[in-house]
Design a protein around this ligand. Structure first.
Ligand SMILES: Cc1cc2nc3c(=O)[nH]c(=O)nc-3n(C[C@H](O)[C@H](O)[C@H](O)COP(=O)(O)OP(=O)(O)OC[C@H]3O[C@@H](n4cnc5c(N)ncnc54)[C@H](O)[C@@H]3O)c2cc1C
Length: 377
């Protein structure tokens, strides 16, 4: 029987990052992945590391996003140095565009609370945006500029983290799905994967949109899939230097000129189809930025499943079963949150002081609001 100190279920960016951190503490760590590492949401993402465009108010979650962004340069440095692989990590900054008074009013709200929170943000004119980003159209009236927001090629990053994990000595058990958390008299023994039992006193559930895979547990993990469709357009030379964000779409340019256009947010179960309606929404968003972008070539499209919890916040930390930890529900920000998640989960597993208050992200929050054990146990 295979035996480890820590078994991570799920080889997405979260599972692989957590595995690296715990392996660095000299534990015997394995990642159990039903497919190949990064096969799901982590490679489907756009790679924005942009806490400022997203959440609406200054919350503990906003701080978590910002703290993770602050860890990114060191995280990338370690991964790239250890593997020699490049990840296109850039402090590119982000323009959030307005096209009318309604957009401007919504951006003003964002500007006010972020300014109060000492975020680097400035109002800029349409002319300023066009001067810096000539592909922004004449209909852009104003915008916010967030100089601290960054981007990364998440596909390259996931490949690099996997390579780093292997170099550190993390074992990968691939093509094998965890079917149950293995409990003996309510005590954690490890994981059952089909016919196989894998022993481990510590199990980390990083199974993304599948985190609730074990319906026999005495508690549910309220994470569901949220489909995001992406369209890729291309130009031989990069069109935008910064990330472009609007109320309809975002555009992230890769070094080779491809522009990742995202994304829809849909509750359609585990369906990863790309739809005409989804692409239509993305195309409308692109030509709003500038009708001339309509002349660019269509390159590719795909869809991925974000792990979305019932209140849209991640589920981090201990579970009601001692030894079983949760690192799930990262929804729209799992690429951004990888460094902080791996750090916090490893602090918990190693019994160290946990540097953030994880109460808002504890699964216990669902006990009062939404918590419902599985109907069939
Ligand atoms: C279109 C789109 C755009 C996005 N853009 C961004 C962005 O710009 N910035 C950002 O920060 N985030 C973004 N996200 C969100 C981000 O991709 C996710 O939050 C993140 O990838 C979650 O990582 P994960 O490791 O938890 O999940 P995943 O990457 O889905 O990994 C979970 C892994 O678990 C495996 N697994 C599942 N069940 C089992 C089982 N029973 N046994 C073994 N293995 C199992 C799966 O095969 C999978 O590989 C985007 C997501 C999408 C879909």
């Amino acid at each position: 029987m295979k035996k480890f100190d820590v078994l991570v279920v799920g080889g997405g960016i979260i599972g692989c990052s957590v595995a690296c951190e715990l392996r660095r503490a000299k534990l015997k760590v394995a990642v159990l992945e039903k497919n190949t590492p990064g096969a799901e949401a982590s490679v489907a993402a756009a790679g924005m590391l942009a806490p400022h465009g997203g959440p609406r108010g200054k919350t503990v979650f906003f701080n978590l996003l910002r703290d993770s962004l602050a860890l990114y340069p060191q995280f990338i440095d370690e991964v790239e140095r250890a593997t020699g692989l490049e990840t296109e990590f850039r402090n590119s900054g982000l323009f959030y565009l307005a096209f009318n008074e309604e957009d401007e009013a919504s951006l003003q709200e964002k500007y006010e609370w972020q300014k109060k929170s000492e975020v680097e943000v400035e109002w800029v004119s349409g002319a300023h945006i066009r001067k810096n980003e000539p592909w922004a159209g004449s209909n852009v009236t104003k915008g916010l500029y967030f100089p601290d927001d960054c981007q990364v090629d998440n596909i390259k990053l996931v490949r690099a983290i996997e390579a780093w994990a292997r170099k550190l000595g993390v074992e990968f058990l691939l093509g094998n799905a965890a079917t149950k958390i293995w409990l003996d008299d309510s005590k954690l023994k490890g994981v059952i994967a089909g016919q196989e039992k894998i022993e481990s006193p510590v199990v980390i559930n990083a199974a993304g949109a599948w985190a609730d895979f074990d319906k026999s547990l005495p508690f549910s993990i309220p994470v569901k899939p949220s489909r995001g469709q992406i369209m890729v357009i291309r130009q031989h030379k990069p069109v935008f230097r910064r990330m472009i964000y609007t109320r309809k779409v975002y555009l992230v340019t890769r070094d080779d000129g491809r522009i990742i256009v995202g994304s829809t947010v849909e509750s359609v179960g585990y369906d990863k189809d790309v739809t005409v309606r989804g692409l239509h929404k993305l195309v409308r968003g692109v030509v709003e930025v500038n009708p001339d972008l309509g002349a660019l070539s269509f390159s590719q499209c795909w869809a991925g499943l974000r792990p979305r919890s019932q209140d849209n916040l991640p589920i981090l930390g201990k579970s009601p079963v001692p030894g079983l930890f949760l690192a799930a529900g990262h929804f729209r920000n799992g690429i951004l949150l990888a460094p902080i998640t791996s750090r916090l989960i490893s602090q918990m597993v190693l019994g160290k002081t946990v540097t953030h208050d994880l109460t808002p992200f504890d699964i216990g929050r669902f006990a009062t609001k939404f918590f419902a054990p599985h109907a069939e146990v």
